[in-house]
Design a protein around this ligand. Structure first.
Ligand SMILES: [Zn+2]
Length: 1035
């Protein structure tokens, strides 16, 4: 966990907190090439109808909203020093920016029939038509109006107003099939935004974070007070210092104890060619990495220990500063120099991010000056170069910037004249306390609103007991402070509010039965200060589960309840947690059953798209008011998650799904909900957040995956950000990178902490540029590639069809391996030859085909499939991979050999096994870790000692039919397996339930379904799949 806020002990009395290291990066779009411009202009025209209807939310129509006048370069008037003046350059001076990045057209091109303007795509491929000269790369395909790259030009000569055009979102997932849908919610998002002060606030975040503007950090210097608003600053000068005589006009003394009097010898050698010598030739790779593998001969390529991401081929001095792959990963750790080279490799280029991950150590800096590039607004980072100690060159746009005076002092070493040793330049992951320029309104308080389904169906499940109890248990652990607010709404066919005003003797229930035009009774008493009204809140939580036990009300007015909740939260923003147990039946947002049993097994027309735009529209309204909606769906029946899920997807919320939840019949789900609620209620949360990803000039980001709304060209709006969410982006090479050997990616997440601090978390990743296809292949990160392909395939499933997405996955393997065979392999051996880096590519793609999102021929229910797709989009890569290709271990013979030792606990580390029944034996016990579920299969002839010492049963026959827990027995065997299972569980933010499976248990089918390498009724075995690939590759 990060420990921001605690001043570092010892030598650094400055605001610098824990030092450390993990970092991640992201890139910023640079607009530029002619192609892009052409796209932009076409887009603009296509979108004009849109924009003109959106007066309120577009900053360009709201004069004087932007902070950060550009100092020095172009001042747009206003007083710069006050921090209160919001100015922006006149709109006319900026070229119009493309705004819809995403829109209904996914990055995966639509079939020609839906999108005639687009490059024809062969169905079943992520690649545009191969027969079209010139072949476009798949990441970069749609010249149609709906699709665009996400950059805006950021050079000073070409300012862009990036924030105003983009109301469409990138979520191809939901928006695809129906363009009209998109239009309509765009409009509504805006109208609701218009007359509201809060809207103006959020719509300007773009400029604050530094979007299309030349905002400058100089502003900060002029107003040092502003930076003091938050604690622990490091003084811009050390106290002892400020009394000494300045050596020069800047006020910095030269004679202080620690500061050399003369100009310092500049020690940092610039990053550049000399740092790459070893790397460019591939010398840093392990020799095995250079090996070519014949997959038909080497059947088991699965390493016995978890697969590690490849290490970028950089000089160790650079690599040691690089961002942790847990936070920031690129599909290709060697970036192809040109788009042509990328096209040749037929591999997707993209980033996978886990930007708000809980970190053990996170350096936190409070400084009055946050040093950023004056051109592109990149935060200074370990990969910039210092030309001398007064100037640094941006690693994204190459602009030379001055080093601000304050930055010359290193608070860690207390030495002056070492800007390159500052924590900002030593850590690829860092967090800044943001000064007030990064706020457009005072940081919001933490606000938590709970919305409970209390219909007959909901009461039947008994979930209210669990949830209320969990809330009672964790009430004091909700992230927040004295400003924390809380409120509750319940609903069935009517909507019930609860007045919790301080001083009441008990909570007061207010029922609103007009669901056509919902209003909020007594708005001031419904969201109350948690501290002041804690007893009333506790009273309510204790009585709520009993209040509706006799209800006969079967209807569900979810839509109106959400509207009411939205109205209640609009003034502040915050987190809305919605618990729903059935298909909504009343009022706006009512849905009809769409699942047909016979659709389950077919890859043909199934309802993956929302049946109404209501939830998406409302989500956009929520996003505009900094409200995120988390949906907990507890339902045994079809509830149209494809529609309901939109409420979370576009408001940057999360979806939790507990199929067939029942307090008595399904104890496993009860346990899962309870554990996950505990995490949910107590985990870190960021409010009113935005995230921008920048990348080195020449690269461009064009598609985003995850739960958010793309507010302006590349600014992701995240009303809430949570530590368990992952994101992905696709990229292309817009301009040749031949003049550079390194590229960088930087993500910047600006958020309000639960303590009311405005913070910026920055991750920067640096990667080498290569010029040969072989190097591109050598650096391929097969997990990241598979993860990005999964995201693309979800979009494709929605915009085209499931079968098209499946074909595209298979073709991704065929195309890249064909390219490798044709262009890299010197001698054409028989077999299926793959670079070592991609030895698991066919296996992972086969696993994706068998994953719940994309499988066919199974009994997967529609909501379960949709949920799996939501997870693909929203989970960090590590969990996505676990869900896709589970880990299998033999556990009846666990030993301490090679075990981990973690705080006095010994954690066995059994080797990973291939996912095939061949690896099972009847005399053993095998644990399969599939991410959200653990399955312990016990062989019929399993050793008696295991049965008694681990399961606590006398013999095989006495293993209970349903067993979801292991007894804690006083035996070493029991201790080992329990330690192992707890360790697996502890590492993830969700709770994997455990099933003990006997040979004849009905759960055995689930266990076998995850045996990716085996043939199933409707899917090839791994070997058959390899033969199929080989056949296609050798064509
Ligand atoms: Zn720059």
């Amino acid at each position: 966990m990060s420990q921001p806020g605690v001043p570092a002990s010892g030598a650094a009395p400055t605001g610098l907190q824990a030092r450390n290291g993990a970092a991640s990066a992201s890139g910023s779009p640079y607009a530029n090439g002619p192609v892009q411009n052409a796209l932009m202009s076409s887009q603009v025209s296509a979108n004009q109808g849109y924009n003109s209807q959106l007066p309120g939310s577009y900053p360009h129509l709201i004069p004087a909203k932007t902070l950060n006048p550009v100092s020095g370069q172009s001042n747009y008037g206003g007083s710069q020093g006050s921090g209160q003046t919001f100015n922006r350059p006149p709109v006319a001076s900026h070229p119009v920016t493309p705004s819809r990045h995403s829109g209904p057209v996914p990055r995966m091109p639509l079939p020609a029939s839906q999108n005639p303007a687009a490059t024809p795509m062969p169905s079943g491929s992520f690649l545009p038509g191969a027969n079209l000269p010139p072949p476009l790369n798949w990441q970069y395909n749609y010249p149609s109006a709906g699709s665009q790259t996400n950059h805006c030009p950021r050079t000073s000569s070409q300012l862009t107003v990036s924030e105003n055009t983009n109301l469409t979102t990138n979520h191809q997932y939901a928006s695809s099939g129906d363009p009209s849908l998109q239009n309509s919610f765009t409009k509504s998002g805006i109208t609701s935004d218009t007359n509201n002060g809060a809207t103006m606030v959020h719509s300007s975040y773009d400029e604050i974070e530094g979007g299309g503007f030349l905002a400058t950090p100089q502003l900060t210097n002029k107003n040092p007070k502003m930076s003091r608003s938050v604690g622990y600053s490091y003084p811009s000068l050390p106290p002892g210092y400020q009394n000494t005589t300045p050596p020069n006009a800047t006020g910095i003394p030269s004679s202080s104890l620690n500061y050399p009097s003369g100009p310092q010898a500049f020690t940092q050698s610039p990053l550049g060619a000399n740092h790459l010598t070893a790397s460019m030739s591939g010398l840093s790779l392990h020799p095995e990495g250079l090996r070519v593998v014949n997959l038909l001969q080497e059947r088991n390529m699965l390493p016995p220990t978890p697969l590690r991401p490849p290490v970028p081929n950089l000089h160790e001095d650079i690599q040691k500063l690089n961002c942790s792959p847990e936070l920031f990963r690129c599909t290709l750790t060697s970036i192809p120099q040109t788009q042509a080279l990328l096209n040749k490799a037929k591999l997707p280029l993209g980033l996978l991010l886990h930007p708000f991950k809980d970190l053990v150590q996170l350096p936190v800096v409070t400084s009055s000056t946050i040093v950023r590039c004056r051109s592109c607004r990149t935060y200074i980072n370990p990969f910039v170069s210092f030309l001398d100690h007064r100037r640094w060159k941006c690693n994204l746009c190459y602009r030379v910037n001055d080093v601000p005076e304050e930055f010359m002092y290193n608070p860690l070493t207390r030495v002056y004249g070492e800007p390159h040793r500052r924590p900002e330049v030593q850590n690829a992951t860092i967090e800044f306390m943001a000064p007030s320029e990064y706020m457009l309104r005072p940081p919001q308080p933490p606000v938590y609103l709970f919305v409970f389904d209390v219909s007959h169906n909901a009461v039947e499940t008994g979930y209210l007991n669990s949830v209320c109890q969990s809330l009672l248990d964790n009430l004091d652990l909700l992230p927040g402070n004295t400003r924390t607010k809380i409120g509750f709404i319940t609903f069935d066919s009517t909507i019930h509010f609860y007045s919790l005003q301080e001083g009441l003797s008990q909570p007061q229930m207010l029922i609103v039965s007009d669901i056509e035009d919902v209003f909020i009774p007594m708005p001031e008493n419904l969201l109350v200060n948690l501290n002041e009204s804690k007893e009333l809140v506790q009273d309510l939580l204790k009585t709520l589960p009993q209040m509706f036990t006799k209800t006969l009300e079967t209807q569900s007015a979810l839509g109106p309840a959400l509207q009411a909740a939205f109205k209640l939260m609009s003034p502040t923003g915050g987190r809305m947690s919605v618990f729903q147990t059935q298909l909504p039946t009343l009022g706006v947002g009512a849905l009809k059953p769409r699942e047909e049993p016979n659709q389950r097994s077919s890859a043909k027309e199934i309802h993956l798209t929302p049946s109404t735009d209501f939830y998406k529209k409302l989500a956009l309204d929520c996003s505009g008011q900094q409200v995120a909606v988390d949906l907990f769906l507890l339902s045994g029946q079809y509830s149209d998650l494809a529609s309901l899920g939109c409420i979370s997807r576009y408001s940057a919320g999360s979806v939790y799904y507990y199929p067939s939840y029942h307090h008595q019949h399904n104890p496993v789900q009860v346990q899962k909900l309870q554990k996950e609620l505990q995490r949910y209620l107590t985990r870190k949360i960021g409010f009113e957040a935005v995230m921008r990803i920048r990348c080195t000039k020449g690269l461009s980001i064009h598609t985003f995956h995850g739960n958010f709304f793309v507010r302006s060209t590349d600014l992701l709006s995240l009303p809430n950000v949570n530590p368990d969410a992952g994101y992905a982006v696709q990229m292309s090479v817009e301009e040749s990178l031949t003049d550079t050997q390194l590229v960088s990616f930087q993500s910047a997440l600006l958020y309000t902490s639960s303590k009311g601090e405005r913070r910026i978390r920055v991750h920067t990743l640096c990667l080498p540029v290569v010029s040969t296809l072989n190097e591109v292949f050598l650096g391929a990160d097969v997990q990241a590639i598979s993860g990005l392909l999964a995201n693309m395939a979800v979009d494709r499933s929605v915009t085209a069809s499931l079968s098209d997405a499946r074909d595209a996955l298979v073709n991704a393997v065929i195309d890249s391996l064909s390219a490798y065979r044709a262009s890299v392999l010197s001698n054409q051996q028989p077999g299926l030859m793959v670079p070592f880096s991609l030895r698991l590519f066919p296996l992972f793609v086969l696993a994706l085909l068998k994953q719940k999102s994309f499988q066919t021929g199974t009994n997967a229910r529609l909501d379960e499939r949709i949920f799996a797709m939501c997870q693909v989009k929203n989970q960090p890569l590590v969990y996505l991979m676990l869900t896709t290709h589970p880990s299998l271990y033999r556990v009846d013979n666990l030993s301490d050999e090679g075990a981990l030792s973690i705080s006095d606990r010994t954690i066995p580390q059994p080797p990973l096994l291939q996912l095939s029944v061949e690896k099972l034996s009847r005399d053993g016990a095998f644990l399969m870790d599939a991410g959200s579920v653990l399955m312990l299969w016990i062989g019929k002839n399993c050793a008696q000692s295991f049965l008694t010492q681990v399961l606590g049963v006398q013999n095989y026959a006495s293993i209970p039919q349903i067993m979801t827990d292991l007894p804690e027995l006083d035996t070493p065997e029991s201790a080992r397996i329990i330690a192992f299972i707890s360790w697996l569980r502890d590492q993830r933010p969700f709770f994997p339930v455990l099933y003990v499976i006997r040979d004849e248990s009905p759960m055995k089918a689930n266990f076998l379904q995850n045996m990716v390498e085996d043939r199933t009724e409707s899917a090839l075995s791994y070997y058959e799949f390899l033969l199929h690939i080989q056949q296609q590759v050798n064509k």
